[in-house]
Design a protein. Structure first.
Length: 242
């Protein structure tokens, strides 16, 4: 597998087909689209979809006495337990995606034998597993159901699909895959910051400390992945020159 981008046949540039490109421009000028009508119709259609649609999902009601009590206490204290449960569900979904992303990168690295430490990648993958379990336990401690897919969990899963496609594409290079992992780690670090704030407001002091530890681990992941991406890019640049 070659990681460095090389010059080769690419059929997308219009400069390769000047005659056809000119014909396309002339056709556009002769039969221009009704831009105002088209834009207006598209806006009206999208607005109707947005206004008439239901929410992406709902946070499940507590199914246990402990969950009902916990929710009631949080509401009395002026907090929004549904928001916290939703964001905890989101972290579970994203950490699960992180496990799969690292699995895919490890598989690609073993096939391509790049200058990446697979043992370190496997440790990062195990860290994601631990964070998944941590959030699952937190939801359970609040009387929630960790198996429920909350609205933000659904959204996080969809957001990770594009990154997963990059990692699982046989044609994607190691640097491209590492960059996709970096995108995930950057989003993960920011999300842990918000979750720590929400947990602190809810009085979950034990989990605040554990979430902060998870955040430090994710920061370490992010810095290592960023460093690897820089090294891979510079190495490929040197190979291209040679």
């Amino acid at each position: 597998m070659k990681d460095a981008a090389e010059f080769g046949m690419n059929k997308t540039p219009t400069q390769l087909h000047p005659v056809m490109t000119q014909a396309m421009i002339e056709g556009y000028e002769e039969f221009p689209p009704h831009a105002e009508d088209t834009a207006c119709d598209a806006f009206m259609m999208r607005r109707s979809y947005i206004q008439d649609s239901e929410q992406l999902g709902a946070v499940p009601l507590p199914s246990t006495l402990r969950g009902a009590v916990s929710t009631g206490v949080q509401a009395i204290q002026g907090n929004s337990p549904s928001v916290l449960i939703d964001k905890l569900g989101e972290r579970m979904a994203f950490e699960r995606s992180g496990i799969r992303l690292y699995d895919a990168l490890i598989t690609k690295c073993k096939a391509a034998e790049p200058d990446l430490d697979v043992d370190t990648l496997e440790q990062f993958r195990n860290d994601e597993t631990e964070h998944f379990s941590l959030v699952r336990d937190c939801i359970a401690s609040m009387g929630g159901d960790p198996t429920a897919q909350t609205p933000c969990a659904d959204s996080a899963g969809m957001a990770a699909m594009g990154l997963m496609q990059v990692l699982n594409d046989p044609r994607s290079s190691i640097p491209q895959c590492v960059e996709a992992i970096l995108m995930a780690e950057l989003a993960d670090a920011a999300a842990w910051e918000l979750l720590i704030v929400l947990a602190d407001e809810a009085g979950l002091s034990d989990y605040v400390d554990r979430f902060q530890s998870a955040k430090r681990t994710e920061d370490h992941h992010m810095h290592m992945i960023k460093r690897w991406l820089e090294q891979l890019t510079l190495n490929n640049e040197l190979r291209a020159v040679d």
